[in-house]
Design a protein around this ligand. Structure first.
Ligand code: Q9C
Ligand code: ZN
Length: 345
């Protein structure tokens, strides 16, 4: 399968995050993409560098004020005080209910809170460059499908599916899956399905397409009653307005069995079939792996082959974008297993 990788992904390298109230090394590291890249190369999958500028598509899935903030956030932070280029900014205040999010404060930390859903998405000097390369990969993959490729895999980081129209969150900054889906629509696909198999609900992608019928969003994930992102991903979220009936959430209990996970996958695939999608975007989170350090499903490496096989049976032009997955050394094998299951190798 043709794949995209950019050296810019290394430029996003925050040092720490908060976990159980303590500072810990980041789970979402440059090594993740490196492990996947290595395994892709070993297995003979061609690596390309993103060649399409996604800026026009990004403007359709994110607000211009969020993108302006994100593009210049590190420069603004570094300009505030000497030494800030060696410090990570974190939000500490958010415009929750009754507070205003229409007026952008001048204060940097207040703006960071306005554009963040959590304090779990640390920025670094190269965050914009790395995230933009991922969005460019998604747009590039769609161009290749237009030229006749059956499927393309984007080995990108940081991930994207928690990033909403105007916020970052859950290690995500730009929503690569949404960029792929919107680019497919712009390229003439009448109906696009996004299937999100990351352990965590893809709240950003759901929100971007929630009132649209031309993009179906389907997600299987840990039940948000107990799992991140907590405030979205319930079964009763089915879409709104023109999008009513075009959002399907299949929450599963943390710790559920592999057969139960595959039953949900089957329901997801049936819905994509009945929608008569013209193209598919897969938000490929690999944090459903049994050994993932922050997630509670139980998939084994061979289960990722079975996942790929089922997706291949949908018979659709497909863009895969890498999302989560934090058992870094196993990511390469698990990603390649999906790809090769899909291809029937
Ligand atoms: N701060 C994805 O898999 N928090 N994001 C974990 C440590 C959020 C995961 C706790 C997990 C987000 C793309
Ligand atoms: Zn995840």
């Amino acid at each position: 399968m043709l794949t995209f990788f950019s050296d810019s992904h290394h430029a996003h390298a925050p040092q720490y995050e908060f976990f159980r109230g303590e500072r810990v090394p980041c789970f979402e590291t440059p090594a993740r993409a490196e492990f996947v890249k290595t395994r892709l190369t070993e297995r003979g999958h061609a690596l390309r560098t993103p060649h399409v500028d996604s800026r026009a598509v990004l403007a359709k899935v994110h607000t211009s004020r969020y993108m302006a903030f994100l593009e210049h956030a590190w420069r603004d932070w570094a300009a505030l005080e000497a030494g800030n280029d060696q410090r990570q900014p974190f939000p500490s205040v958010w415009p929750v209910r009754t507070l205003r999010s229409d007026v952008e404060p001048a204060n940097f930390t207040a703006r960071l809170g306005l554009y963040s859903m959590d304090n779990g998405s640390p920025l670094s000097g190269g965050t914009w460059e790395a995230a933009k390369a991922g969005a460019d990969a998604a747009a590039s993959a769609v161009t290749l499908l237009g030229a006749g490729e059956r499927a393309v895999f984007c080995c990108s980081r940081p991930p994207g599916h928690h990033a909403g129209p105007d916020f970052m969150g859950g290690y995500c900054f730009l929503n690569n899956a949404a960029v792929a889906a919107q680019a497919l629509r712009d390229g003439g696909a009448a109906r696009v399905a996004v299937l999100d198999v990351d352990y965590h609900h893809g709240n950003g992608t759901q929100s971007i397409f929630y009132n649209r019928a031309d993009v179906l969003f389907v997600s299987l994930h840990g039940d948000p009653l107990t799992e991140y992102p907590f405030y979205l991903g319930h079964a009763d979220e089915t879409g709104e307005g023109e999008g009513a009936g075009f959002n399907l959430n299949l929450p599963l209990p943390a710790g559920c069995t592999v057969p139960r996970w595959f039953d949900a996958l089957e329901a997801a695939c049936q819905r994509i079939g009945s929608y008569r999608a013209d193209a598919l975007v897969v938000s490929l989170g690999l944090d459903t792996f049994a050994e993932d350090p922050i997630s509670k499903f139980a998939l084994q490496p061979q289960d990722f082959i079975r996942l790929g096989e089922r997706l291949g049976k949908l018979g659709l032009p497909t863009v895969f974008v890498l999302e989560g997955g934090y058992a870094a050394a196993a990511l390469g094998t698990n990603a390649v297993n999906v790809i090769e299951g899909f291809e029937g190798l």
